[in-house]
Structures are given as structure tokens and as C-alpha cells.
Design a protein around this ligand. Sequence first.
Ligand code: SER
Length: 885
Amino acid sequence: MSGVNEIRSTFLDYFRKNGHEVVPSSPLVPRNDPTLMFTNAGMVQFKNVFTGLEARPYSRATTSQKCVRAGGKHNDLDNVGYTARHHTFFEMLGNFSFGDYFKEEAISHAWNLITKEFGLNKDKLLVTVYHTDDDAANFWKKIAGLSDDRIIRIATNDNFWAMGDTGPCGPCSEIFYDHGDHIWGGPPGSADEDGDRFIEIWNLVFMQFEQVTKEERIDLPRPSIDTGMGLERIAAILQGVHDNYDIDIFKALIRASEEATGVKAEGGQRASHRVIADHLRSASFLIADGVLPSNEGRGYVLRRIMRRAMRHAQLLGARDPLMYRLLPTLIRKMGQAYPELVRAEALISETLKLEETRFRKTLERGLGLLSDATENMSEGQSLDGETAFKLYDTYGFPLDLTQDALRQRGINVDTDGFSAAMERQKAEARANWSGSGDAATEKVWFQVRDKVGTTEFLGYDTEKAEGVVTALVRDGSVIEAATAGESVSIIVNQTPFYAESGGQQGDAGFIYGDGFVIEVTDTVKRADGVFVHQAAIREGKIQTGDAVELVVDHERRSRMRSNHSATHLLHEALRETLGTHVAQKGSLVAPERLRFDFSHPKPISEDELRKIENIANEIILQNAPVNTRLMAVDDAIEAGAMALFGEKYGDEVRVVSMGTATKGDKAGKTYSLELCGGTHVRQTGDIGLVRVVSEGAVAAGVRRMEALTGEAARLYLEEQDDRVKAIASALKTTPSEALERVNSLMDERRKLEKELSEARKKLALVGDSADGAAAHEVVNGVNFMGKVVSGVAPRDLKPLADDGKKQLGSGVVLFIGIDESNKASAVVGVTEDLVSRFSAVDLVRVASAALGGAGGGGRPDMAQAGGPDGSQAANAIAAVKGALA
Ligand code: SER
């Protein structure tokens, strides 16, 4: 048992056997701490369990925790590569008791594990205790049988462990290993304690207190235990080496680096290989946990780590990107213990390669400038801040890279001068900005950004995180506090809330803090990176500087994730079905639906629409993982990623891909590839279902499609289904036979209508007199038949008039039909023998006038007209009669 993997599992197994829950490492980006840059100890994920704020189903736990110490309070970056024990990334093995066992059992477990399981020589071990902690000293004596000179009392903070200015804390006891007198150094507390002979391997913290504020310290609800052992250090001892970089995992990484560069890890080159091995670990784990290189916050720390390693790769003479070629070795060694590394392999590999490719372009030139600027300098002198800033600004050299490059020659960098140059540039940018047009409305946001910086977005990986309120704004001014009932814009150093952009709406949710509850209704982005939570204070009072917990409305966000991913699928399906002229013209990703505007010159047929929808649903059913990568814009577009015309992109962009094409030239390749900063589902199957509910034109050549996904799509279909069932039930049939039933009812109705019309026509002309002939009168010696008929269609009035004329033999007929809306149609017929005396056209105009209309037309023997007022039918008949007289 001596490989790192075996040591790790021996540790975890030991505590599992002793009733501890084996808890996975928490991510490197802490969700439960407002200010901590990276997780830097095993207890971070349990912080709130110690203080009693959070309950867990176990009271004993053990972990192997990923830790990064670079940037922020604990920063080991500068020393890495040059010492035996500094790392930016390391693993901390720990056991925890949450009010369960305390000092005695903690000491007993630790002693058992290192002397029995690990088999360390008791004579090489010594411990420290806090100077007043007699209990701990006595337990060590009793359990380990250590003599008094091996139990060293320390009065300093070295033996009183605190998480930070506030949080759980308590006295601690550290176990040291003596690497032997061939190495320089003295025991803890001695003048030579900084030497490398006595190495601390395990810290047992007796968590007893909570530092609430700087002044106030209270007892924890129950005394607890937090221990931390550096895996790399214990591995060095168990593998019989003194230097952490000589343990198996580092040996493998360094060997891979030697093979890839053809340069041995000896002499001056040794540090470079070590830097590369160490930085590969931290960079890969950070990327796997969602950090991507950027120019701010955590992303910038990652960039610094990566670029520092890349300079060393260059020092080793590597011509092409090196780091990503070492990744398979890292995954082979650590992938089993940390599966996130395996899952993110493609992302890590591409991100490393991209960063190295891009940085190489300026690295050589920057190093040239640096060597010119320092040509005549000697040890102890300083490079001016201006040049260091130019290297930073123009060549992408982080300050620590410049310092690292000059370290071997003992040349320093004027960091004050560097900061002054940086400040000057910011001031210039500010001045230029305030000269531009939209400055007035945006002014307050730029003030905020200048003062507190941009917001770090954590929401790709979490919907819940802690942060610190950096500013409050109301009515365009910065305010200090806001209370219940007020509306306020809240700015926090980091947030899981997505701010509206790229068509996706901002997140809503809640912000909680000590004594306050705040509802966030929307989140927007201002001043190029300040996330503004638009909020209403429900309870209590919030102040700048408050620590808060931010919780995104999960339901709402999930629906937006589905709608956003479905938008990408529909976009590609549209292009596949209608042609590549289809380009996005706008989109809206809301929780309840998605809307997509695109260029296309004509309506989309039902068949096309169905095809588009089917394709999108096919990819959903693939349940393919949705992958995000960071790429250079040009590379992304070359790889076929869809980008918005006219959109401003940074040098590097997130590229979201999903699904596999099954048909056409793209068969077997990625189905959808788009530049996108939005939030997406993890697997396409999470979308559930997509259903297009409308399609139409919005402008010349631009069409709009609206669609629903998941539960909303299901409910929509359910509604449609209910409707069909209701129709079937009204028709007294089954849904599957409803259409046939409707068609036959329609046929029947047409037949009945026809029959009815015939019957009415007949009725109009028969039945008034004994011989069955229609009644008529004689006006001025002329036979006249005037009738109002209902239910006879206007087109049937003329045939009716013909029949009437036939019946009369000689005479004038007038039929007035009235429809359901009381509109009248009139037809006048005049038999041939009378046309020289009466014109049907004139007569029908008389009728029309009486019916409130005007005009009418036809021939002298048959004419037709209309009128809006059917109630005047009798008057119309009288008027025509009058005209005959
Ligand atoms: N929290 C302590 C440390 O970081 C022990 O785990 O050293």
C-alpha cells in the first residue's frame, strides 16, 4: 500500500469502517461561502453543519477534498515548482464529527491509522497542542504513550485553527513526522522550525467555537472534530521520499512531460516540469468544476495558472501546445477517484489547447520585450511597473508570470508601479466612457463597476450560492440599506442568477440573509458585467456588506433551460428542412414558452412544420449530453457553430453542442452547434418534448415560430386531446371516428339544406287557392304576385320568379327573401308581353328603395336588388304595386 490511490482509499475505508459516511469532495468553487475564492480545506463544505445551520443525515463523515490554494487569502502559486511541498492543487484527507465524538476519539483514530494502517514508526512522530489544552496533551500521553518532550505546547495561532475572520474555530493539535537528521530543520516551536526536517502531516481541530464577529466568539452547539491531512505529504512518507514531487502521481506526470518535451527533469529544467505537473492538476480540476479562463475573478486565477505553466513549457522548448497532451496521464491516475475529470475530459483538453495556442502568439514577443528591458539589470534590481503593465496589457502576461520569469535572475518587479499603470488605464477608460452617448443612464452602473468590479456568474453549475452585497441602488443612486416594503437593485460579488441576455430572460428567486427575505423578480446585466438583481424586500433590512444566500427559482430556470435548448434544436431543424438561408432574427426564451424569429420568404407548410418538430423531438429522444466548450470565435465559426450576424462576441466564446445528426452530410456528426452564453439542459432528454404551437409572418421575409416544451407541451397536448374527446362525446362517437362522423353530418346537412330550400320554393308558389295556384291580385289590369319568402337563398329567387311568371302567364312577380340578419333580397320578373309597359329593373329599384337600399340591376324581364331592412318587405310590395298603378 503506497500508491496515492491506495493511500486515499485506505484512509476513507478506515473511517468508513468506524461509522463515518464517505462524502464526495465538494466542488472547488464553494457554493456555501460568500468570499472564499476556492475550496481550500476539507471542512469548507461542512461549515454550516458545524454551526448548526444545516443538518445532515450523519454525524460522522470522511472525505478526500480537492483543494486549490492560488489567488485569494491562501496563495501558494509563487512558490510552486521551487519547493518540495507547495502545490496549487492538493487533496486533503479528513474525518469529521458533528457533535458526535470529540478529542479522545479523534486522537485515538489518528494514532491508530498512522501507526497501524499506515505503519509509521512511532519514534518518528511528535505532536503539538495548544498551550492551554491539557486535555489534548493527556490524551496523547494516554493513547500514544508519547513522552512530554514529544508533546509540544504552542501558544500561537498555529495551534488555534480558524476558518477565517468568522466561522467555526478551535484549538488544534498537529502531528509531525521527522524525515531525519540528514535534512535541516528543527521541531515545531524551535528556532529552526521552518526547515524541512519536521513536516506537519495531520491537523486535528477541536471545533468548539464560532467566531461570529471579530469581537464575539460563542460556543458551537456541540463540540466537533475537523481534521486535515495532506495526501501528497503522507504519500511522500509512505513512499520513502522527502519531496512531494517524487510521489507516484507526480512522477507519472513529470515523466509524461519529459517524454512530450524530450527534456529531462534535471538541473534548471526540474522546476519547469514541476510547475507543469502541478498546474496541470489545478487547471484541469478547476475546468472540470466549471471555471473557464477569463480576465476576472476565478477565471483569471485559472488563466494565471495556465499561462505560468505555458511559459515553463516554452522554457522546455515545447513548440506546440503541451499541457493537453499530458491530460490522459492525469486522468489515468486520478479519473477513478474523481469521475468529474473523465466527464469533462473534452472540455479540459480543448480549453488547455485553446489557451496555449492563443497565448503562444504573444508569449515569444513578450519574452523578447522582457529580455530587452532587463538586459542590463543585475540581481536585486527591479523591472519598472510600466513595462510589467505593458506585458500584461499587450502580451497577456499576468504579473506573477513576469515575476516568475525574472525570479531565476533575482530581479524584482515594481508592483506599485504596475498597479499605478493599471489604475491610470482604468481612469482613461472611464473618462472615454463618460464622453459617449448612453453614459448618462448607465452612469450609476459604471460607478458601481468601478468600485466593486463585475459580478462572477456561478449559475452554469449551481442554482444556489452565497455572496456578499457589494452595492444597493435605487432610483439611479447608490444607497446603503433598504428595508421591508422597498424595491431595490442588489449587486453581489457572485451570483447563480442568470442576467437577461441572448434572448433568455433573467432569473427570479430569493435572497436570504440574517433577518431578511428578499424576492428577486428579474436579473439584468449592466455596465458590461454588473449583474443587477431587481428585488423587493419582503422582510427585514439589507445593507451593503451583508452576507447573503441566493436561491434561483428552480422550476422557472428549468423551464428556461428546456426552452433554450429546444430553440437550438428547432433552429437547426429549420435549416435542415427549409435550407441554410434560415438565420436567427431574434428569440425569446421565457419560462412558459419559446419564440424564434428567422428569415424565410414564404409560409411554412403543415408538412414542413411537422417535419421540423419531428427532427427536434428525435434529438430529444437521443437523450444526448449537452456539451459546453470554450473556443476562439474564429475556430468556433469554422467548426460550423452558428453565430448571430452583427452580434459582438469576445475573443473566446462558449459553444453549446447537442445531439448527433442521423441523416445527410452531417450524419454521425454533432447536430446542433451554436455560440451561446445561455443556460441549457444537461441531456437533451431533459427537454421532454417540443411542440410548435404557432407559425406566421412578422415582417417581410421574417417568420415567427412559437413552441412549448416539457410539461407545458404535455399540458397543451392534453388540452387538445380533451377537446377531441369532448367533440366525440357530443357526436356520440369515439375520437377516432369523430372526423368521419362530422363529414357525414356535413353531407347530410348540405342535403337537408337543399331539400329545405326546394320545399320552401314550392311552398312560396302553392297552396293559397283551391286549385293550388299561388294567390295573386290584379292591379291596374295586370296580374301581380308579391310575396315574402324566408329560408330561400338569394340565388334561388330568380328561378322562383321564373316559376311565378309561368304560373301567371302574363303579369309581374315580386319575391323578397329575408335572411337571418334581416337583410332583404328582391327579385322582380315581368312576362314578355308586358316588358314594353314595365321594366323589371325600374320596379326592383322601387322595391330596393323601400327596403332601405339603392340600385339594383338586370334585364327588363328579370332584375334583382338588395336592401338592408327586411322589416320593410310589406312596404316594398305596396310600393311596387303603386308603381304598377
Ligand atoms: N481545517 C483544518 C485545516 O485546514 C483541518 O482540516 O488544516
